[in-house]
Design a protein around this ligand. Structure first.
Ligand code: AMP
Length: 246
């Protein structure tokens, strides 16, 4: 029944964004879990483009705060540059503020949050308080070699956030965004040494959330070593039918 409803939802949403009809709020409230470079951001951008759901990336929020030089940005910068997690109290306060001020009725993807058990428990409590039901947690499984290759070659548009890979999806003009002409840059933490630290931090502090969400029966595992298109097809298949391939 749920799969059928979801199929209808996806069909409706293709014709008319955003994701609700006749006052009925349709639940597409997702968490993306996975190591850095596993493709969470690319998939979230595609879901936002096709279904109009919110893309809430704590990494993007922090980078914006750093660029603006806000007190939050000043506190976070050193942790980020070293590939370490920003402390839980700062992150929980930031995400609570963001969710409370957002209109969540269109659905959302949380990309990069939670990353620790205290963060997961905090978001559970917040969802309860806000009467939000989590639809699924997609786990992006990717190997270390694939992650390294993706991140070392990743370039980001400073203006619109579009993502490029220097070998597999290069921009048409070197250093310029195809969509808006913005300048492409390499993230400070996309250097090999920092990437290896971020992978270790993921394994030590975040990977335990896999069991946490599996026990709740909401975990959907994806083979994220595949191309962006293949993974996206799989996510869409799950959204439409409740089953998927990898
Ligand atoms: P991301 O863009 O998701 O790879 O995040 C970039 C960096 O921001 C991470 O390496 C952390 O330093 C910080 N960060 C983002 N989200 C979180 C989080 N939920 N908890 C702690 N630190 C975070």
């Amino acid at each position: 029944m749920k799969a059928l409803l979801r199929k209808l939802v996806v069909k409706i949403s293709l014709d008319s964004k955003p994701f609700f009809m006749g006052g009925l709020t349709l639940d597409l409230n997702l968490i993306f879990l996975g190591p850095p470079g596993s493709g969470k951001g690319s998939q979230a951008l595609l879901l936002k483009r096709d279904y109009g759901i919110l893309h809430i990336s704590t990494g993007d929020m922090l980078r914006e705060a750093v660029a603006k030089g806000t007190p939050l940005g000043k506190k976070a910068k050193d942790y980020m540059d070293r590939g370490l997690l920003v402390p839980d109290d700062i992150m929980i306060e930031m995400i609570e503020e963001k969710l409370l001020q957002s209109s969540l009725s269109v659905g959302f993807v949380l990309d990069g949050f939670p990353r620790t058990l205290p963060q997961a428990e905090a978001i559970d409590n917040l969802f309860k308080k806000m009467n939000v039901k989590l639809t699924a947690v997609f786990l992006f499984n990717a190997s270390k070699d694939v992650i390294l290759d993706r991140l070392v070659n990743r370039r980001v548009c400073r203006n619109c956030g579009a993502l490029y890979h220097l070998k597999y999806s290069p921009p048409k003009v070197n250093g310029k965004c195809d969509f808006c002409g913005g300048e492409l840059y390499q993230r400070d933490d996309d250097k090999e040494e920092t990437i290896l630290r971020r992978i270790k931090v993921y394994e030590e502090q975040t990977a335990s959330l896999i069991d946490y969400y599996r026990a709740k029966g909401v975990l959907v595992e994806l083979d994220a070593n595949r191309s962006v298109d293949e993974v996206y097809m799989d996510i869409k298949r799950w959204l439409e039918t409740g089953s998927h391939v990898g």
